[in-house]
Write a protein that binds this ligand. Structure first.
Ligand SMILES: [Zn+2]
Length: 160
């Protein structure tokens, strides 16, 4: 009888452990997108060779803004911008929807050729005549955040 009582809570404990493991894996995927990582590093290398793309850098005010908001918040902004300005199937002002200043994500978009559907097609081979899938949105945000983190890191090592 006392064993029966023990079995039930143990099962629950195992279920909770499984759930926690699942959530941790899920979050990790969402953060760094391992499956897109190699692709992103490859594209970033190519972008580095473009004199136009590699001319974009974060300015002091952008870096201060990132420090103030934190990278998690910047990532939320990135999702917001991409979902509203880049992901829809039809964008009336495509090619002109991303300002050259005003937010670090905008600068990152020009640097990573995720500024408009034309550049997204040319550099990332994502076709124009459709809405972006969730994975494509994650990919775009990942490349933007990877570029931003590189800029922040470069700035920090310059400061030291
Ligand atoms: Zn563009």
């Amino acid at each position: 009888m006392s064993q029966d009582i023990n079995i039930i809570p143990l099962n629950i404990v195992f279920s909770i452990i499984k759930l926690i493991n699942f959530k941790m894996c899920y979050n990790e995927d969402g953060d760094d997108m391992d499956k897109n990582k190699e692709l992103i590093l490859d594209v970033l290398k190519k972008l580095d060779k473009s004199s136009f793309r590699s001319s974009f850098h974060l300015k002091q005010r952008d870096l201060l803004y990132i420090e103030e908001k934190g990278l998690d918040e910047i990532k939320k902004h990135a999702y917001d911008f991409i979902n509203t300005r880049l992901a829809p199937k039809a964008i009336s002002n495509d090619g002109k929807q991303t300002p050259m200043r005003g937010h670090p994500v905008f600068i990152a978009q020009h640097a990573t050729a995720t500024c408009c559907r034309g550049c997204l097609y040319k550099w990332h081979h994502i076709s124009k005549d459709k809405a972006l899938s969730d994975n494509e949105v994650n990919y775009v945000v990942s490349i933007i955040m990877t570029w931003i983190k590189k800029e922040v890191k470069k700035n920090n090592s310059n400061r030291n």
